[in-house]
Design a protein around this ligand. Structure first.
Ligand SMILES: Cc1cc2nc3c(=O)[nH]c(=O)nc-3n(C[C@H](O)[C@H](O)[C@H](O)COP(=O)(O)O)c2cc1C
Length: 361
């Protein structure tokens, strides 16, 4: 069996046997969730690895990726039509999102009897390639978490995480030279919260930031199901409302004080904050930071620990050096800021199907 048939043979067999497996349009949010987050099926071959990749964390859930399947390589290219030029002018988050997607492939590949090796092409526009080699089929310890992981933007229960679990998630998040810097001391968490609040205030006062954010909010189920991307009201812990009503209520619901109070409650109910710092500040470093964060999130999920990002201080360029200085990072760029703790889950976010993100090779 050559490499092409390793990747695609099983897909063809499966498709021939199961013509009904093609996804139909879901009619409720729950149906969409069921379809998007159904268990991985190794019999579907490499396309199932692409599906695993699309389930990764990604900025604003823009799903800024295109996948190309060739003989023994999956290439992830940035989808520049889905970039967020205001919040992410240098595409840092976009490439971190590609890193998150690549990490899910790394974790899922052994299920298909494949070993994944990630390389980054930093030449414009940049891409991530994942070379797949045959190995004995096995189940990677973190693969099961791919379907359960979510960014849980809710209040947690305030309980501490044991030092053993802290060590486990810290080790998972220290991948490829990326430092996973964990803060659990309350006074230091309060100091980071101050930066989050400063950043949030600056962002909410910026009409361009707000316009970009609102363009990715999916205010109700029917829009969320139709678009299968963006920030669904439900998965952000908000009620789903008709779009016209939601837009009118926005100025009352999305206030600076309301949001800042929410972030304070979120941080104070968390067990700790993890900061991811890549050794290099370029596309390869941003992909590495995304991979490390995704692995941290998968490991946390396995331990029943939730997480959510608090990136305002690394997104607002005037605050980034200040928080780097506070954390003692010197000239290194803090890539991602994540709170973690235990608590209930929220409804999962949605994803576009694999057919919408694969390009011909
Ligand atoms: C690079 C990156 C930056 C992100 N920044 C934020 C953020 O600042 N605030 C936030 O609430 N979520 C942030 N997220 C989380 C995404 O919004 C989330 O992954 C996406 O909506 C999909 O939801 P899910 O992870 O629950 O599947 C970020 C994710 C990534 C990968």
């Amino acid at each position: 069996m050559n490499r092409r048939s390793v990747l695609f043979g099983t897909v063809a067999m499966y498709a021939a046997r199961m013509p009904m497996a093609r996804a139909s349009q879901p009619s409720t949010y729950e149906e969409a969730v069921h379809l998007v987050w159904r268990p991985l099926d190794p019999a579907r071959g490499a396309r199932e690895l692409v599906r695993a990749a699309t389930l990764a964390a990604n900025s604003h859930n823009t799903q800024p990726w295109r996948f190309i399947l060739s003989d023994n390589v999956i290439t992830i290219r940035p989808d520049l039509a889905r970039r967020c030029p205001v919040v992410d002018p240098d595409d840092h988050h976009l490439f971190a999102s590609l890193g998150c997607a690549a990490e899910n492939i790394v974790q899922a590949a052994p299920m298909l009897g494949l070993n994944a090796n990630v390389a980054v092409d930093t030449a414009n526009p940049g891409s991530v390639s994942i070379a797949l080699d045959r190995t004995a089929p096995s189940r990677h310890a973190l693969a099961d978490a791919i379907m359960q992981r979510q960014c849980t933007r809710a209040k947690y229960d305030g309980r501490a995480v044991s030092s053993e679990d802290l060590r486990t998630v810290e080790t998972a998040g220290a991948l490829g030279g990326v430092e996973c810097f964990i803060v659990t001391e309350r006074s230091r968490m309060e100091a980071i919260l101050d930066y989050v609040i400063q950043g949030n205030t600056m962002q909410m006062r910026d009409p361009a930031f707000m316009a970009e954010l609102i363009s990715w909010i999916r205010f109700n189920d029917s829009v969320a199901i139709e678009r299968l991307d963006g920030l669904a009201a439900r998965s952000s812990g908000n009620p789903a409302l008709p779009a016209w009503l939601a837009r009118r209520l926005l100025k009352f619901a999305l206030t600076e004080k309301g949001e800042n109070d929410k972030y304070a409650e979120h941080v104070r109910s968390s067990a700790g904050i993890a900061v991811f710092i890549s050794p290099r500040n370029d596309k390869a470093g941003w992909v590495a930071a995304g991979r490390a964060y995704q692995r941290f999130a998968l490991q946390a999920t396995m331990l029943g620990i939730r997480n959510a990002l608090l990136n305002q201080p690394v997104e607002v360029s005037s605050l980034r050096p200040q928080i780097a200085d506070y954390l003692g990072l010197g000239v290194r760029r803090p890539d991602l800021i994540v709170r973690f703790g235990r608590g209930a889950s929220l409804p999962p976010s949605l994803r576009r199907p694999v057919t919408a993100v694969i390009d011909a090779s």
